[in-house]
Design a binder for this molecule. Structure first.
Ligand code: NAD
Length: 250
């Protein structure tokens, strides 16, 4: 297989849907053997390897990462992408909800990375890409809990990059804007007026449309690839201009 990932193995969490599945497909198209770790891997198509995994369960994570690395023969690229949403101000979510969403979006990355590090250390071109969000820095209304988790993911990315640069492991993150995935389609379906909500989401992004999962996958693939060998500790926005252009307009 040709491509910049020829001979490399990738693990993508949340690889059963949306951005994770798009990233997994692209990495495979470019030559990688790819395992998709997901709560529900039933929709993972061949030749991707679907592996059931709950990132909130350390035992499940260890078992899934070990199975993927054993079946595919190595682990060079880790995409920490599994995540869930939450809506509301600080008054909207209970302590239990805060713990649950932090557990998936932040501690989940920690668990999977811990399990993957022994394999990544054995790779000559190891890379981790975390899926963060524009919510980390944009000050979005009605997203207190979700934004806090993604702020933590961005900080964690930089700390991980610093800790592992000496081992040759690069760590970066992507910050998508609003992406057309099953998650966003579910949000639209639950809105009182889905068409009006879609129009509002499009208008919020200076490019005037939603970002596609394929566009985020392209950014993930670049950061994960040997082409980005000099890039670590960076945040790549794929947000339709939401962050940079809004700041300039303020
Ligand atoms: P999605 O719901 O389509 O896919 C998420 C996948 O993660 C699902 O397959 C789900 O089963 C899996 N998952 C959830 N909890 C899990 C767990 N505990 N263990 C293992 N897998 C689990 O969502 P998406 O839109 O593709 O989002 C993927 C990532 O992108 C998330 O981290 C999200 O925060 C981030 N993101 C999404 C958007 C957007 O607008 N869609 C914007 C910015 C960031």
């Amino acid at each position: 297989m040709n491509g910049e990932f020829a001979g490399l193995v990738a693990v993508v969490t949340g690889g059963g849907s949306g951005i994770g599945l798009a990233a997994a497909r692209l990495l495979a198209d470019r030559g990688a053997a790819v395992a998709c770790l997901d709560l529900d891997p039933s929709g993972v198509p061949d030749p991707l390897l679907g592996v059931e995994c709950d990132v909130t369960d350390a035992g499940s994570v260890t078992q899934a990462v070990t199975l993927a690395a054993d079946r595919l023969g190595a682990l060079d690229v880790l995409v920490n992408n599994a995540g869930i949403g939450a809506q509301g101000s600080v008054e909207a979510n209970s302590d239990d909800e805060w713990h649950r969403v932090l557990d998936v979006n932040v501690v989940g990355i920690v668990r999977v990375t811990r399990a993957a590090l022994p394999y990544l250390r054995a790779s000559s071109c190891a890379a981790i890409v975390n899926t963060c969000s524009i919510a980390a820095t944009a000050g979005l209304p009605n997203r207190a809990l979700y934004s806090a988790t993604k702020g933590a993911v961005q900080s964690l990315t930089l700390a991980m990059a610093a800790d592992h640069v000496g081992e040759g492991i690069r760590v970066n993150c992507v910050n998508p804007g609003t992406v057309d995935t099953p998650w966003v389609r579910r949000l639209l379906d639950s809105a009182g007026d889905p068409a009006a909500e879609l129009t509002a989401l499009r208008a919020r992004q200076p490019i005037g449309r939603l970002v596609s999962a394929a566009e985020v996958a392209t950014a993930i693939a670049y950061l994960a690839s040997p082409l980005a060998a000099s890039t670590t500790g960076t945040v790549l926005a794929v947000d339709g201009g939401m962050h940079g252009l809004r700041l300039r307009q303020a």
